[in-house]
Design a protein around this ligand. Structure first.
Ligand SMILES: N[C@@H](CCC(=O)N[C@@H](CS)C(=O)NCC(=O)O)C(=O)O
Length: 200
């Protein structure tokens, strides 16, 4: 297996933190997003959407989507478990993963991209849309804050892939000037998650 990634990017981090939690290491190649290496013909042959990360499997196929890569690694190395064991647990972890990704991670990325114009060399930038996305992320975080008032982690008392995705997203948001960490229960939960060795 071989990982093509950009370790500083949020989705790159999702995979690298997941691997650390599993105690795994993979050979990897850093892809220079700023220089547009991910847009080259060679890279698009691995992922036609031109995004990182991509995992090359031993049969030569290419798996993209960070959550799918983590799920694949969980299948290969089931312990410790981060995607759930029972059908019910798996479904609730999936629910929270999708809530975090759709309602917080994507809006944070849209806000960053549209307000800063970071990728204006490759996409149309609409600053007003960025502001709307930033507000949507804030609203979603406040809903999650209320949930965390009565739950240690997103799925009750168990740290999972959904917590990793949220922590990575909020760390990225803070680094790019969107501070979503101030609400009481989010702050408590975040301090607990980032104290894990995988986040060091
Ligand atoms: N849903 C995809 C999103 C991948 C994605 O958006 N990756 C970003 C880095 S976090 C990227 O490659 N950006 C480069 C670009 O947009 O040109 C996943 O989970 O892997």
């Amino acid at each position: 297996m071989h990982l093509y990634t950009q370790s500083a990017s949020p989705n790159g981090q999702r995979v690298s933190i997941f691997l650390k939690e599993k105690g795994l290491e993979l050979p990897m190649t850093e892809i220079d997003l700023r220089a547009g290496e991910n847009l080259s013909e060679e890279y698009r042959a691995k992922n036609p959407f031109g995004r990182v990360p991509v995992l090359e499997l031993d049969d030569g196929s290419y798996l993209s989507e960070s959550q799918a890569i983590c799920r694949y690694m969980e299948g290969m190395h089931p312990d410790p478990n981060f995607f759930g064991t029972t059908d019910e647990e798996q479904a609730f972890i999936e629910m929270w993963s999708r809530r975090v990704e759709l309602n917080i991670m994507i809006p944070v990325a849209q806000a960053f991209r549209n307000i800063t114009g970071f990728f204006k060399d490759r996409e149309k930038v609409v600053p007003e849309w960025g502001e709307v996305a930033a507000e949507a992320a804030q609203t979603a975080v406040s809903i999650v804050n209320d949930h965390l008032a009565n739950n240690e982690y997103l799925t009750g008392n168990r740290y999972t892939i959904a917590d990793m995705t949220l922590a990575i997203t909020l760390n990225f948001a803070k680094n790019v000037g969107q501070d979503l960490l101030s609400a009481e229960h989010i702050a408590r939960w975040h301090a607990e998650v980032v104290a894990r060795p995988a986040f060091s």
